[in-house]
Design a protein around this ligand. Structure first.
Ligand code: AMP
Ligand code: MG
Length: 413
């Protein structure tokens, strides 16, 4: 990847994201784990079904099993036995016999059609079918859901609520997954204090480590929390070196802008490579991306909203690619009508926080959550989408169409 000079022009958001994704692919080792521990993990090998699902032909309704050709001659049948789920009827069917059968029960030999119990008249031990029927009705065929040998899940898929039950239904109790991505995090800033301690004069609580840790956990990463690091060149250097020995990715926040105490970028350029550190996006202009000897490095801006937005928009896709998650996609963007004016200065792509609704014509509309300052974290709590305003666009009037991107699970409960 191109390394940008210290006087680099602002890289567009799209170029930055593209560069990040092109630079990476997963090299994580594989491991075999039990299905019960596999939630959020990424499949490292495709899974093929060892069995048919359902494993045998079975009844889709409570009713009676018959041979269709018998019904063509006579609609009256003797009830010869009963088949329940887990308790099959084992004898072959004789002419004009029916079998009482319950949902999920294996289809007895000779039965090819099930009649719902509502459509028969039961007189003593005999039924008379009182409705037209179709051959083969109400039978779930073996392999109808999944055929033996067929690919069920592809390599690169994340295992969750819609995948794990499928594997359980196939009796698969172990899966080959990529090792979890190890991500070391720390916050920089002499002014920062961890929650639980009292605030001194000029001090702030460290919000970013909280946000980043929660997001990393949602993404299925293993978090190595290195705490708060003071604005001290030597301590930051040692922290980065230590993190480089332990983690696949290091994420810091703060200290990447051009303030006097912004050492992170300087140390990164000594110890590894800085690919870029300025992006034409708002919030989040200072965002450093590079590599140390072993680990990748993402330096998020210190302002809590900027840290959350750059993590969401840039680090999230990067981590998904590194994790081997090839099916991850950002939520689809679409157009909505602005119902509040939106302030914007041309020059950077804005990711404003908005709230979606539908107007009386059935059109999507979006309102701003008000103040868009990068220190106003509470705006996330009022919003459910990003309003993505193009780089060269200026302020937006009421009723103009804008692009919106609903939050995914990272910013939802
Ligand atoms: P910086 O990027 O270090 O110049 O920080 C920009 C702003 O974000 C400053 O007002 C910092 O005090 C604030 N800030 C930096 N890190 C954090 C953090 N972890 N939690 C909350 N605020 C922070
Ligand atoms: Mg700072």
């Amino acid at each position: 990847m191109t390394c940008y000079s210290m006087s680099q022009p602002l890289l567009s958001f799209e170029q930055a994201l593209n560069n990040i994704l092109l630079a990476t692919s997963t090299l994580l080792p594989k491991e075999i784990i039990s299905l019960v521990n596999a939630n959020t993990r990424i499949l490292a090998e495709s899974v093929y079904s060892p069995i048919n699902v359902p494993p045998f032909d079975n009844a889709a309704m409570d009713g009676y099993g018959i041979r269709f050709d018998d019904w063509l001659k006579n609609q009256s049948f003797i009830v010869a036995g009963c088949a329940l789920a887990g308790q099959p009827y084992k004898q072959p069917l004789s002419t004009q016999q029916s079998i009482r059968i319950m949902t999920g029960a294996a289809i007895p030999e000779g039965v090819d059609t099930i009649i719902m119990q509502e459509y028969v008249d039961l007189i003593d031990n005999r039924i008379v079918i009182n409705q037209p029927i179709k051959k083969g009705q109400h039978i779930r065929l073996a392999g109808e859901d999944i055929q033996q040998g067929k690919q069920v899940l592809a390599e690169g898929c994340q295992l969750g609520i819609t995948q794990l039950p499928i594997l359980a239904s196939l009796g698969i109790d172990k899966v080959t997954v990529y090792r979890r991505l190890k991500v070391a995090i720390f916050s920089t800033g002499d002014e920062l204090v961890s929650v639980g301690s009292a605030l001194g004069n000029g001090q702030l609580y460290d919000t970013n480590r909280f946000t980043i840790k929660l997001m990393l956990e949602k993404l299925g990463c293993q978090v190595i929390d290195l705490g708060i690091v003071p604005d001290n060149e030597e301590v930051i250097r040692q922290t980065l070196q230590r993190a480089d020995q332990q983690a696949d990715v290091i994420i810091s926040s703060g200290g990447v802008s051009v303030g006097d105490a912004d050492y992170t970028k300087k140390i990164l350029s000594e110890q590894g490579q800085v690919y870029f550190w300025k992006i034409a996006m708002k919030p989040g202009k200072p965002f450093a991306f590079g590599k140390l000897e072993r680990a990748w490095f993402c330096g998020l801006p210190g302002n809590p909203v900027s840290a959350a937005v750059t993590f969401y928009q840039l680090v999230q896709p990067f981590l998904m690619k590194l994790s081997g998650n090839s099916q991850w996609q950002r939520p689809k963007q679409f157009k909505a009508k602005a119902i509040t004016p939106l302030k914007k200065v041309p020059g950077r792509t804005d990711f404003q926080r908005g709230k979606l609704s539908i107007n009386q014509h059935g059109e999507w509309q979006v309102s701003s959550t008000g103040q868009q300052g990068s220190h106003i974290f509470s705006a996330f709590n009022l919003s459910d989408c990003f309003i993505v305003l193009e780089r060269e666009r200026g302020s937006v009037d009421i009723n103009e169409w804008v692009t919106v991107e609903p939050f995914n699970a990272l910013l939802k409960e």
